[in-house]
Design a protein around this ligand. Structure first.
Ligand code: PGA
Length: 250
């Protein structure tokens, strides 16, 4: 049985005040979230505040990105050890905004995945196709290529302890959600692809859907056989919206 997982990706949003209000709201509603494992990925500068506010709660914290380097002259970067110093259990790697706006390619994302999992963080590996790629019928080859970069570097077993987030780029922040059938089709493809290499890894790995998930569509998406929860952007910034999505993950 895969435990459903819901993570909020706050991106570059918030202030110390709004973070406090948001977390107070989420914590207050967590009693109704009986099943899902829940995490938030704040902007790095707020992780210390978040860690303090989450003390004693079951909600986990994750980075939005991580460096491939351990320390040194890498201005602006944050290492795995720094995330762990502030009790982060997870880190996103390869979010489409990192891939497109910061030129992160599959090889770099695979290295980030590798250092994160070697350090004992749970990488949340983001993959997904652009609209142009979907229209050219390349969805499967794109997600395959993105997964293969990780598998070639670290082996299929490395995926046993990670979370995969399938996020069609055309659905991120656009209000255009993939239909539950569209999403399920890709999730099933991903699991089948992994099963060809290792059936146990494929059965155990959690594959989240991300891209305009809301309270109103979460239940249907999460009801699909191969969808194990969600990576939530916009709707993770309001406690009630986020909690509604967490409750839908059963
Ligand atoms: P969205 O973002 O929910 O705002 O579409 C999802 C994401 O980028 O992880």
């Amino acid at each position: 049985m895969r435990k459903p997982f819901v993570a909020g990706n706050w991106k570059m949003n918030g202030s110390r005040d709004s973070v406090r209000t948001l977390l107070d709201g989420i914590k207050a509603g967590m009693a109704d979230v009986s099943v899902a494992e829940v995490a938030v990925c704040p902007p790095a500068i707020y992780i210390a505040d978040v860690q303090q506010q989450l003390e004693g709660s079951a909600i986990g914290c994750g980075g939005q990105d991580v460096s491939t380097q351990a320390s040194g002259a890498f201005t602006g970067e944050i290492s795995t050890a720094m995330l762990q110093d502030f009790a982060c259990r997870y880190t996103l790697v390869g979010h489409s905004e990192r891939r497109t706006l910061h030129g992160e390619d599959d090889a770099l994302v695979a290295r980030k995945f590798s250092v994160a999992s070697a350090a004992g963080l749970i990488p949340i590996l983001c993959i997904g196709e652009t609209l142009q790629e979907r229209e050219a019928n390349e969805t499967e080859s794109v997600v395959s290529r993105q997964l293969d970069a990780v598998i070639e570097l670290d082996g299929i077993e490395a995926l046993a302890d990670c979370i995969i987030a399938y996020e069609p780029v055309w659905a991120i922040g656009t209000g255009k959600t993939a239909s539950s059938a569209q999403a399920q089709e890709v999730h099933a493809f991903i699991r089948q692809k992994l099963a060809e290499l290792n059936a146990d890894v494929a059965e155990g790995v959690r594959i989240l859907y991300g891209g305009s998930v809301k309270g109103s569509n979460a239940e249907e998406l999460f009801g699909q056989t191969d969808i194990d929860g969600g990576l939530i952007g916009g709707a993770s910034l309001m406690a009630d919206d986020f909690l509604a999505i967490c409750r839908a993950a059963r």
